[in-house]
Ligand binder design. Structure first.
Ligand SMILES: Cc1ncc(COP(=O)(O)O)c(C=O)c1O
Length: 390
């Protein structure tokens, strides 16, 4: 029997089915790609739109010993849901919930002195040793400590460690171009990471984990695996970039299937304008299907006139503009019943488009397609239990 988080007593307008067996299988596949490293499942932004708590549980079952989030609030929400084990978060702003995170035994990341000071002060105030990871900017130019400021951060962290206030549990960094194999920044970042780690270790830091690999590096760059790989998009069965390969090439399976029930099917004459702005005009007498999801649900408006949808066994294309709550497809004279499924994307093996197809149609990346599916679309969890095929 299939377990769901939402009772299906009534047909749903739209649903994002989340295959938790696929999450587990993807985590196992990723562990096989990085057999010498531990695995962090990155579940920020509600697990890229898939549901953080459910996906975190499934990832844990498959051997992800770490969970990663951007914000401390996301990490605290995992704890509140009862998830034990190592959890790390990295996107802090001044005055953040350091004390709560430290008391919840969350690894906190600092990229500079203000953050270290706040973490140390909070640890002192709550009387609990904080687990602190030092983030190095090895070239991404986003978060992380610049090489020129590293000695000061390392020295201050060691001083706080000597006072018993923190433990430096990790040294880490993040790639800029790991999804472009051969990009010169990759080896440059790796070399600088090794240098910055070596410096900190010479000074006396004893990190439990050193890590820099995201999904593309986990899949393509074994020398980047160190002690831990931080995989996000690949956990959800999506290739980090179509140029790297398909999900199947890496033994991955897309987790989310987004579908809606046709709200209306009707005959229209030739020359009929469709949706706002009349950017589509029926070329002949035809049937139109109304798909009741729109940009409020995360269907990209940029896919107006281009997004693919499987209806009645055929790919159709969004006719005219995607509106806030709905869009239209030209069914070419076919007459599926109202309520028939319109599948926007899924793993692809039922003939449906994939999130990657939508990314191409909207001029974006598949990360954005799945992450932006809105809260109005219920997530329906299937294969929740390990023995159901996970
Ligand atoms: C710091 C950090 N590590 C790891 C990841 C996971 O990246 P990916 O989804 O490409 O695996 C992200 C996501 O953006 C991140 O911000």
């Amino acid at each position: 029997m299939t377990e769901t988080a939402h009772p299906r007593t009534a047909p749903l307008r739209a649903r994002a089915e989340i295959d938790l067996a696929a999450v587990r299988a993807n985590v196992r596949a990723l562990r096989a790609h990085a057999p010498t490293a531990a695995l962090m499942a990155v579940v920020k932004s509600d697990a890229y739109g898939h549901g953080a708590v459910q996906c975190a549980r499934a990832a844990r079952e498959a051997g992800a010993t770490w969970l990663g989030t951007a914000t401390p609030e996301e990490a605290l929400a995992l704890r509140a849901a009862g998830l034990p084990g190592r959890v790390m978060c990295w996107l802090w702003t001044p005055g953040g919930p350091w004390a709560e995170a430290i008391e919840a035994d969350i690894d906190v990341s600092v990229s500079g002195m203000w953050a270290l000071r706040e973490a140390v002060a909070a640890a002192e105030a709550v009387g609990t040793r904080a687990r602190v990871q030092l983030k190095a900017d090895t070239g991404l130019g986003r978060a992380g400590c610049q090489p020129a400021d590293w000695a000061e951060l390392v020295a201050a962290a060691l001083a706080a460690e000597a006072r018993g206030l923190i433990t430096v549990t990790g040294l880490w960094s993040h790639f800029a171009c790991a999804d472009e194999p051969g990009h010169p920044s990759i080896q440059a970042q790796l070399a600088l990471f090794r240098e910055m780690v070596a410096y900190a270790e010479e000074q006396g830091v004893r990190p439990e984990v050193r890590h820099i690999a995201n999904s593309p590096a986990t899949l393509t760059l074994p020398e980047s695996h160190f002690d831990l790989v931080r995989t996000g998009i690949a956990v959800y069965g999506i290739s980090p970039s179509p140029e790297l390969g398909t999900p199947a090439d890496f033994g991955l399976r897309p987790v989310m299937t987004l579908s809606a029930s046709l709200a209306l099917v009707k005959h229209v004459p030739a020359g009929h304008g469709v949706s706002y702005g009349h950017h589509y005009v029926t070329p002949g007498e035809t049937t139109l299907g109304l798909v009741p999801v729109g940009y409020a649900d995360g269907v990209p408006r940029h896919a107006s006139g281009t997004g693919p949808v499987l209806v009645g066994g055929k790919w159709r294309t969004v006719a005219g503009r995607v509106a806030m709550d709905q869009f239209v497809v030209d069914l070419g004279g076919d007459e599926p019943e109202p309520g028939a499924p319109a599948v926007l994307f899924g793993p692809g093996d039922g003939g449906e488009p994939t999130a990657e197809d939508w990314a191409r149609a909207a001029g974006t990346i598949a990360y954005e397609i799945v992450t932006r599916i809105g809260t109005r679309v219920p997530r329906v969890y299937v294969k929740v239990k390990e023995e159901q095929g996970g």
